[in-house]
Design a binder for this molecule. Sequence first.
Ligand SMILES: *Cc1c(COP(=O)(O)O)cnc(C)c1O
Length: 388
Amino acid sequence: MAALAEPSPDGRFGEFGGRFIPESLVPACKELEVAFRAAWADPAFHAEYEGLLRDYGGRPTPVTECRRLSERLGVRVLLKREDLAHTGSHKLNNVIGQSLLTRRMGKPRVIAETGAGQHGVATATACALFGLDCVVYMGEVDVERQELNVFRMQLLGAEVIPVSSGSRTLKDAVNEALRDWVANVETTHYCIGSVMGPHPYPWMVREFQRILGEEARTQCRALLDGRDPDFVVACVGGGSNAAGTFAGFADTSARLVGVEAAGGAAIGHGVPGVVHGMKSYLVQDEVGQVNEAHSISAGLDYPGVGPEHSHLSATGRATYVTAGDAEVLDAFQLLSHTEGIIPALESAHGLAWVVRAAGSDDLPSGSTVLLTLSGRGDKDVAQVRDLL
Ligand SMILES: *Cc1c(COP(=O)(O)O)cnc(C)c1O
């Protein structure tokens, strides 16, 4: 199987992926797969999806050459600017695609789950645009921590349901969303926020994020006299911005590097297991319990990773590294004052690795690096102020 191509018919990327779900949800996943396949082969669907991302979402986002940062690091850094997309990150690409599919399947209602609130806000945004009912499940602990995002979702017309079971965080919200889906599958689409979950989600979400990688490849070739960058780097939470980025460069000789948070490094420190409908690397304890992840960036605070990344790591097509909180805070400030761009803390993980590796054998001086800046840091400035 070529890297970043279609998975096997049962949704496998090598030994990873698949569809590990209750029998009652299999028809919904199959219905979604059929709808996605038909839509993705339909030029009219592409025209509407790409038209919305252009006229509503602000695409294409630019690639920015970082002159002062490059001089400082001794490597040439180009940034793919997803921070400039509507809602401030790459997440809109996925939720616009899934909302169009929801309408195509004739379903009036969308559910989602969210931890930090960013996927909930993106989903509520797309549902407002399409006039779809939107329910977002969120652990009680996260509701308290992220009250501004709860208000944003409500402003956008979504109903936020606090989840009081278990540890009252993301994994409990996922369980509650699955319960809702089982009960209301005829009328409801479950909008998953990253390249995670049962087949076809990891593949479908990667395809909806592919637009960012394909734009970046074209933009890099224009800047580099037809060449590709030597390195393509992106942060990895569930792995959707990285998968979309890598998809654009799969058939080039660029080295692909995914950067996980050291406190939630599923590939770096995990073992293979099954969770949330898929087989992938997970951070687990000795008895197979999924551990809570810890990172300063809520968007990377997830103990698993998309199955395709586990496969790309196993085959060696991509390399996965980690960045720790302290170097991420340094990178956050460095980009702010060398380039006038305040990055999301998630994206600062990618930069932290570039800063650490620049000039070493892992990233030799003089290399050209395309780094996906997955989002803007406005949401993080209060937290960073308190940490400094
Ligand atoms: C949600 C988010 C991430 C993590 O999600 P991926 O699926 O790994 O891309 C990274 N950066 C930003 C800005 C986000 O909002």
